[in-house]
Design a protein around this ligand. Structure first.
Ligand code: FES
Length: 112
């Protein structure tokens, strides 16, 4: 962590997101202008913000086991709205309803 926070990257993108201490990953992404990321309840209940952390440390808040099972938690699946980075990390966005997420369409690489 530098003085701005943890450096977070989405797999498949060079864009860096800065996440503050104790800030949910989803909120950090929204704060930095990623308006088209999958956002639903923001409370860990709908599952649209599902991710899998590929490197780095994180903690999770309360989230629906319907969307992230205990087995998946052990495999670093999580929900971005309930994921709190504790180190620099990388994550992948997870397919929704059988459709792959197009990172470009989400504005992840948007130049702003
Ligand atoms: S926005 Fe609903 S679970 Fe994250």
């Amino acid at each position: 962590m530098n003085n701005k926070g943890f450096q977070v990257r989405v797999e498949g993108s060079d864009k860096v997101i800065t996440c503050r201490e104790n800030e949910p990953l989803l909120i950090a992404m929204e704060r930095q202008g990623y308006a088209r990321i999958p956002v639903g309840c923001r409370k860990g209940g709908c599952g649209v913000c599902k991710i899998r952390v590929t490197t780095g440390e994180f903690e999770v808040g309360k989230m629906s086991v319907k969307h992230v099972s205990e087995k998946e938690r052990n495999e670093n699946f999580s929900l971005a709205c309930k994921t709190f980075p504790k180190s620099d990390l990388k994550f992948s966005l997870i397919k929704l309803k059988g459709k792959a997420i197009n990172i470009g369409a989400l504005g992840i690489d948007r130049k702003n």
